[in-house]
Ligand binder design. Structure first.
Ligand SMILES: [Fe+2]
Length: 242
């Protein structure tokens, strides 16, 4: 086995959960603030003219865990992509009882450019370029993959932070408006395409079928803390990491 390159040594940076409605959004926000999480980002509306999302992000200074909570806001004649799991279901069926959906997992690398090139050389497809932005912790680089599965809405974000992201505390609430908006617009365009055609261009479509599981394992098996990714429901339903 060749040694794992350092850009493939990944750490969980944050995860983002979608909410069905305002009650769920408020309840989660309330629960997290009552559980030792500090707010690091909050915005009432980012998106397009018709559809948008509200976002609340927070950090547990005790465990270092970062969570973002998102409420997709649809218009009468257009569904927000952030409402897709509730409007169209997931795991192969309608999900009328689901109140939340794990939309993406962000994994931290020390070199997002190398990581992206490496995965693209194997046929993997990203939805976005590498965005350069700043959040309340400091400067960051981010790139978002295409969705992983046909009957899920899950994707991965790769992020690079050029400082020790594990020791930094909550730096107050700030805005990373540009990237959040760019991502929203890209996701909404991808989603409209899916609604029109019923077809999705997926992260691993360009990877030979026999190598797909291996590539996912290469990403997830190297991720710290060990075992964390198996707790993220769309992955747990679709990828065996054993
Ligand atoms: Fe994210």
């Amino acid at each position: 086995m060749p040694a794992t390159p350092s850009f493939m040594k990944l750490k969980v940076d944050h995860k983002t959960v979608l909410c069905r409605d305002l009650n769920t959004y408020r309840a989660l926000r309330d629960f997290l603030l009552n559980s030792g999480y500090s707010p690091v980002y909050e915005t009432e509306r980012v998106g397009e003219e018709k559809t948008a999302m509200a976002t609340f992000a927070c950090l547990s200074s005790l465990t270092g865990e970062r969570l973002a909570v998102v409420l997709g806001m649809s218009a009468p004649n257009e569904v927000s992509h952030a409402q897709a799991p509730f409007a169209y279901g997931f795991a192969g069926k309608p999900q009328k009882d689901a109140q939340t959906y794990m939309q993406h997992l962000a994994l931290r690398t020390n070199d997002v450019e190398k990581l992206k090139s490496h995965l693209e050389s194997k046929g993997a497809a990203f939805l976005t370029p590498i965005y350069k932005d700043k959040d309340s912790f400091g400067p960051l680089l981010q790139s978002f993959t295409r969705e992983l599965f046909d009957d899920e809405w899950f994707f991965i974000e790769f992020v690079q932070r050029d400082y020790d992201a594990d020791t930094v505390g909550a730096g107050g609430t700030q805005f990373v408006q540009n990237t959040v908006k760019s991502l929203y617009v890209s996701k909404q365009e991808e989603f409209r395409e899916w609604e029109k055609t019923g077809k999705k261009r997926k992260f691993l479509d360009g990877v030979p079928a026999k190598d797909r599981t291996k590539l996912l394992q290469e990403i997830f098996a190297n991720t710290e803390p060990k075992g964390y990714v198996q707790t993220v429901a769309p992955i747990a339903r679709n990828v065996s990491l054993g």
